[in-house]
Ligand binder design. Structure first.
Ligand code: 2P0
Length: 319
């Protein structure tokens, strides 16, 4: 059917998210179909704002600067728009702005493709359901399926070959005292992105065979932790899950070690605080930075130990 484009620019926002049970490995690469389900928490006001408008030629802007067409991000964005417009002669300007402090070292592809999906839906008046929109966002970047929603979000891996049952949904539970601390170790471009890191792990790490079962177990533990407000179970599960994912990365060849010396120093600080009785845990993604998990009453202790880190209150943005 023919698309009707809005004559006015459309702006949409989507939050960044941190997985407590990670997405690591694809069973299908074109559609970003995952090997395992994952569960995340969105970061409230931290994320991406994307504006779509008609333009003479396709153009992708990032934080106020026009990208050249061969930039990886620009190519991915144009390929994603092509999924919707097919052969129709609609040329667009995509203006993407991340308010994620670059100092926090957070990835922006999840919030970026989620915000772009929302903007496309509105710009072309597609009126897609949340489930379908999440499945579309997934095609831009797997973790974008989760960034359409605030709060706790679960991305069900699904079974179908067409991927239409592989999408994320928000959980109804909230946890107002939960806090996430962003510990920056380094912010430079990583040498191996998640996409190629996953491929390498699946192809070369025999340890990866243990991952799908652990992820399934961790998802069910996280559900218990969330419904019982059991912070220790939440933290232990998330930290163990992240370290297990990193173990599969390290067991790849050539080895995939995202840690830097300061990453390990920060982990040791977390373990030391726990020995002192402060309930604090960490998770890490495909990079050297740590994301701390703790509850509001310990925020002062965490800031004393880690200095002036960014602290996110994920449920303050959830109505
Ligand atoms: C996650 N990561 O669950 C995991 C943990 C990185 C480590 O989702 O290839 O950028 O675009 O589907 O979504 C990063 O992977 O990869 C990611 P693609 P994506 O947050």
């Amino acid at each position: 059917s023919l698309l009707t484009a809005s004559s006015e620019p459309v702006t949409c926002f989507a939050p960044s998210n941190i997985a407590l049970c990670k997405y690591w490995g694809k069973r299908e690469k074109e559609l970003n179909l995952p090997v395992n389900s994952s569960l995340s928490i969105s970061l409230g006001h931290l994320g991406t704002q994307t504006t779509l408008s008609l333009a003479e030629v396709d153009q992708v802007w990032l934080n106020g600067e026009r990208l050249t067409d061969d930039t990886p991000f620009a190519r991915k964005v144009i390929a994603f728009i092509d999924l919707f417009r097919r052969d129709q002669a609609v040329t667009l300007k995509v203006d993407t702005r991340n308010n994620i402090p670059t100092a926090a070292g957070l990835a922006s592809s999840a919030s970026g493709f989620a915000a772009l999906s929302l903007a496309i839906n509105q710009f072309f008046a597609l009126d897609l359901s949340d489930d379908v929109l999440s499945a579309f966002a997934r095609m831009g970047s797997g973790s974008a399926s989760r960034s359409l929603f605030q709060g706790f979000v679960e991305w069900e891996m699904g079974q179908q070959e067409d991927g239409m049952d592989s999408f994320a949904r928000p959980l109804v539970a909230r946890w107002d005292t939960l806090r996430i601390g962003l510990v920056k170790v380094a912010t430079g471009e990583k040498k191996v992105d998640s996409r190629s890191g996953m491929t390498r792990t699946l192809e070369t790490a025999s340890l990866y065979q243990a991952w799908p079962a652990q992820a399934a177990r961790d998802i069910s533990r996280l559900h218990s932790a969330i419904s019982d407000k059991d912070f220790q179970l939440l933290g232990e599960t998330a930290e163990h899950n992240a370290l297990s994912m990193h173990a599969t990365m390290i067991a790849s060849w050539p080895p995939l070690v995202y840690w830097q010396p300061d990453s390990l120093a920060a982990m040791q600080k977390v373990w030391q605080l726990r020995e002192q009785g402060i309930p604090i845990y960490f998770t890490m993604d495909a990079g050297p930075n740590l994301k701390l998990l703790f509850e509001a009453e310990y925020e002062a202790d965490v800031l004393t130990a880690f200095g002036e880190i960014e602290v996110v209150s994920p449920f303050s943005a959830v109505p």
